[in-house]
Design a protein around this ligand. Structure first.
Ligand SMILES: [Zn+2]
Length: 329
């Protein structure tokens, strides 16, 4: 994450990539002012991504810090900006948890910081719950069983060899010390393991087994299930009002992308499926709308069940309109 970036001349925190900031805590760190000795200046409201434009500037500051300092010119600074070791990256271990310096009231600053951290914690928990839920999904596990060669701990843990650095600055790979990365706790301090790779794998397998049995694991799954149930209930209410079946248009085209045949189809938005029956030819839109309307009415009459065998319904009830009834568009 992050890109090449510089440290602010005022506060020594990096100019952050807008996508790496934390809502309510440090978005202001992505609002940058860049200057060069020829007097040119660029104000970037949401720094992020690489732009060749940035290379012209070697003095960077957060807009907020620059504004508080009275918007000084290039010549007022004692030197150029230093490279940001975090490369504009995120709030690693909370090291950039700082409220906009233009907000002066200490109580307000404390309140904003607490609210921002709470929001970030909730988001991380939701993200973790979603991850764990996906790991437990059967199809996903079968796919990964092959991919991971049966080492299911790889859902959660990855590792890499540690290196020794000698006096000449040369690096040597070690086969007896490894760094472990935990996807559910990406920001914790680095954890190392001393032993062979086989011993490490046995260690991680044991951690994974314990995790599967833990209350933490059960809580993640329950949290995600509740989220899904809530989403599904909202979705159902929406389709009760707007209609579950709608129509989409996808004409047949020739090699030159010219429309040669209008095609409409009925979509079941609740089950993400497209009806097998496509309506093509003249008056396809009228036929398609008639079918979607009938299906919505029948679904309502059945009491809005999630499972709804509309193919059967169509066979029984739906009658294609005769050609002389068509009035497309
Ligand atoms: Zn600053």
């Amino acid at each position: 994450m992050g890109y090449s970036s510089y440290l602010c001349k005022h506060c020594d925190h990096g100019i952050m990539d807008a996508g790496s900031t934390d809502e309510g805590i440090n978005e202001w760190m992505a609002h940058a002012v860049m200057m060069s000795d020829n007097g040119s200046r660029l104000i970037e409201p949401e720094y992020g991504g690489y732009s060749g434009d940035y290379e012209r500037f070697d003095l960077w500051a957060h807009f907020a810090c620059w504004e508080l300092a009275g918007k000084p010119e290039f010549g007022a600074y004692d030197g150029l900006s230093k490279h940001d070791p975090d490369q504009g990256g995120g709030s690693f271990r909370g090291s950039h948890d700082m409220i906009d310096p233009r907000i002066k009231d200490e109580a307000e600053r404390a309140r904003l910081l607490a609210a921002g951290i709470k929001l970030r914690d909730e988001r991380r928990y939701n993200h973790n719950a979603r991850e764990v839920h996906e790991w437990m999904d059967k199809e996903d596990r079968e796919y990964h069983r092959e991919k991971f060669n049966g080492e299911m701990f790889r859902f959660r843990y990855t590792y890499s060899n540690c290196y020794d650095k000698d006096d000449e600055g040369e690096y040597t790979k070690r086969e007896d010390r490894f760094a472990i990365y935990d996807k559910l706790d990406a920001e914790r301090d680095e954890v190392t393991f001393d032993g062979t790779e086989e011993e490490l794998k046995a260690h991680l397998s044991a951690l994974w087994s314990a995790f599967l049995e833990s209350d933490e694991h059960a809580a993640y799954l329950a949290h995600r299930e509740a989220e899904i149930a809530k989403y599904r209930a909202e979705e159902l209410e929406k389709y009760k009002i707007e209609g579950r079946f709608n129509i989409t248009y996808g004409p047949k085209r020739d090699a030159d992308d010219k429309e040669i045949w209008p095609v409409h189809q009925v979509d079941d938005q609740l089950q993400y499926r497209t009806d097998q029956e496509w309506f093509h030819g003249d008056g396809s839109k009228t036929r398609c709308m008639a079918k979607a309307k009938l299906l919505n009415e029948a679904w309502a009459a059945a009491g809005y069940p999630r499972e709804f065998d509309h193919e059967l319904f169509v066979e029984k009830v739906y009658r294609p309109l005769a050609d002389d009834e068509e009035s497309d568009e």
